[in-house]
Design a protein around this ligand. Structure first.
Ligand code: SF4
Length: 305
């Protein structure tokens, strides 16, 4: 059902490339401007010590070694044929362009890597860096993954994001002018956000006609400032059905052509404080399918473009 109801990124990749394509998370060692330029200070309230990266990244290995290990795993598990190197944790444009070029080139030099995805923050994209990314967009299958989380400044302030919505708009526009494909990361369930607030973000993403979205469920992790607030009883969490309905409401408002790269997430189990129901990712995804089926709707049904 999900295949028909959403424009899934995985389906798009299968159509674009001959064979299964998987992303491999890479940690190139960059820091984050919102963590005092390094990795140790606290940044966004929800960010874990790993800089919001995937579980199991071989952080201290050379880039090519990380990718080769990922390839082996993805081949064994999913019979993947091609790979996209995904510079994921922390801010992967937070270095001079020569350093960035060297890192991206190391990834592209690995056999069977057919694309790059670079995750970063809107305030970490000087024009010189955007020009560099545009070069990679000419050379390979390239995605810029831009963390936003919410269009509401009250929420960005609360999570101590360190930039406002205008900053996102400016970087988004500059990246668009260079023809970059952009996937925006958003969090559903931020403290203080109403359903209307969340749907306003959905409608704004629809207005911008973003190429892709990743919807993240708010996770509360041990060792984060948000985790401390949660333990003090100050954070209310969504129930699973509430999340499911919001995710469906969100996707219904996006244009039919927006690629859905993620509909939920499963945080690192060893430090996950809440919501524990998120550990069963397939149950959440199946519930999203069931909700769409119950409504008889598909992505784009409430798009007002
Ligand atoms: S921008 Fe990313 S890496 Fe930096 S503090 Fe926020 S979530 Fe963590």
């Amino acid at each position: 059902m999900r295949r028909k109801a959403f424009r899934l990124y995985s389906t798009h990749l299968k159509q674009r490339f001959d064979g299964r394509v998987h992303k491999i998370s890479v940690d190139a060692g960059f820091g984050c401007p919102n963590r005092a330029g390094g990795r140790d200070a606290h940044g966004c309230l929800f960010c874990d010590p790993g800089g919001s990266g995937a579980v199991g990244i071989e952080r201290n290995e050379p880039i090519a070694v990380q990718i080769e290990r990922g390839k082996e795993l993805m081949r064994r598990k999913y019979r993947a044929k091609w790979f996209i190197a995904y510079f994921q944790p922390f801010s992967n444009t937070f270095a001079p362009v020569e350093v960035l070029r060297d890192c991206y080139d190391q990834a592209l030099a690995v056999a069977d890597v057919v694309g790059l995805a670079v995750g970063t923050r809107p305030d970490c994209l000087p024009l010189k860096t955007l020009d560099l990314l545009a070069e990679y967009d000419q050379r390979t299958y390239f995605w810029l993954e831009l963390g936003l989380q919410s269009m509401h400044d009250k929420s960005l302030n609360f999570i101590q994001r360190g930039h406002d919505y205008q900053c996102f708009l400016d970087s988004y526009q500059a990246a668009r002018e260079r023809g970059l494909r952009i996937c925006v990361h958003l969090i559903l369930g931020l403290p203080g956000e109403s359903r209307e607030d969340i749907l306003a973000t959905a409608e704004e993403m629809a207005r911008l006609k973003v190429d892709g979205v990743k919807l993240h469920l708010l996770h509360i992790l041990e060792g984060t400032p948000l985790g401390d607030l949660y333990k003090q009883g100050q954070i209310e969490m969504l129930e699973m059905q509430e999340y499911v309905e919001l995710a469906v409401d969100f996707v219904e408002r996006l244009p039919p052509e927006t690629l859905i790269q993620r509909l939920t997430g499963d945080g690192p189990r060893d430090i996950l404080l809440a919501p524990l129901w998120s550990m069963n990712k397939w149950e959440v995804l199946n519930a999203i399918d069931a909700e769409l089926e119950r409504r008889g709707s598909v992505q784009g049904d409430r798009y007002r473009g």
